[in-house]
Ligand binder design. Structure first.
Ligand SMILES: CC(C)(COP(=O)(O)OP(=O)(O)OC[C@H]1O[C@@H](n2cnc3c(N)ncnc32)[C@H](O)[C@@H]1OP(=O)(O)O)[C@@H](O)C(=O)NCCC(=O)NCCS
Length: 170
């Protein structure tokens, strides 16, 4: 993770800082093991982490149990090869069909066209823009808020047809 997060092409698109610490990442990953509301997927190649994607409850209390945040990054030399799409697909399958989040939200720098294209393809819509939201390499940058709602929220089955169709709304 530290090698992945040390690449300026990766951390500059995120909220991470340069020079990430091995110890801090070890602690963060260890804490995630206990968090049932979190999925953190890694893709590896020859033992190297080449992609990381996570979805996590907001942890803000009972009235926001339906809300999750999403973050993703792919190693520079692996970007643009469909890995981001594969990670998104798996994260949202887990979210929709196992965790049941109704709203998945994220922030993305307003000039990150590639990330926005990916998110739009998975149903995320622009909700608004935070001005000068973060400092990136000496410049304050605007950030878009995007969110996606569960396309087919599960409900309690009421008819035999519901049961036969796996309890999903149609
Ligand atoms: C953003 C990121 C996660 C996308 O992952 P990826 O593996 O490169 O994405 P994919 O190859 O699956 O798909 C990217 C899509 O954007 C399109 N795309 C690529 N460059 C683009 C650009 N400059 N403008 C618009 N669309 C672009 C691709 O054509 C593709 O769409 P398609 O499948 O319909 O052709 C990855 O580039 C990354 O990690 N960037 C650095 C960290 C980051 O910015 N993370 C997001 C933080 S919000």
């Amino acid at each position: 993770m530290v090698r992945l997060m040390s690449d300026p092409e990766v951390f500059s698109g995120l909220m991470q800082m340069p020079y990430p610490s091995v110890e801090a990442w070890r602690k963060r990953l260890e804490q995630q093991v206990e968090q049932q509301d979190t999925l953190h997927l890694l893709a590896t190649e020859s033992g190297e982490v080449i992609a990381s994607g996570g979805i996590h409850g907001t942890g803000r209390g009972v009235r926001q149990r339906h809300v999750a945040g999403l973050g993703i990054c792919i190693a520079k030399e692996r970007q643009g090869k469909g890995i981001g799409s594969e990670v998104m697909k798996r994260l949202l399958d887990w979210s929709d069909n196992w965790a049941g989040y109704l709203r998945v939200q994220l922030t993305v720098y307003a000039d990150n066209q590639r990330a926005m294209a990916l998110y739009r393809r998975f149903g995320f819509e622009l909700e608004g823009t935070y001005r000068a939201y973060a400092l990136r390499n000496g410049v304050y940058v605007d950030t878009h808020a995007m969110a996606r709602f569960h396309p087919n929220p599960p409900r309690v089955p009421v008819t035999a047809h519901d049961l036969a169709t796996g309890m999903k709304c149609e």
